[in-house]
Design a protein around this ligand. Structure first.
Ligand code: SF4
Length: 63
């Protein structure tokens, strides 16, 4: 599955990177960047947690 960050909503708090550093990384402009194209099953729970913890609801699974 693919996960996306809405750059217009992301405020760079970095909770996603702390929660799932294999998947998210803050870029130089303090917007979270998705590092993997296809999230492996082993990381899906971590991504779900990052989605829940993001204070801006900027992360979602791609439809
Ligand atoms: S937790 Fe949400 S607002 Fe914070 S950097 Fe990640 S995507 Fe952006």
């Amino acid at each position: 599955m693919k996960v996306v960050v809405n750059p217009d909503m992301c405020e760079g708090h970095g909770k996603c990177e702390l929660t799932a550093p294999e998947v998210f990384k803050l870029g130089p402009d303090d917007v979270s960047v998705v590092l993997v194209d296809d999230v492996p099953d082993s990381l899906k729970d971590k991504v779900d947690r990052a989605i829940r913890l993001c204070p801006r609801q900027a992360i979602s699974w791609a439809k």
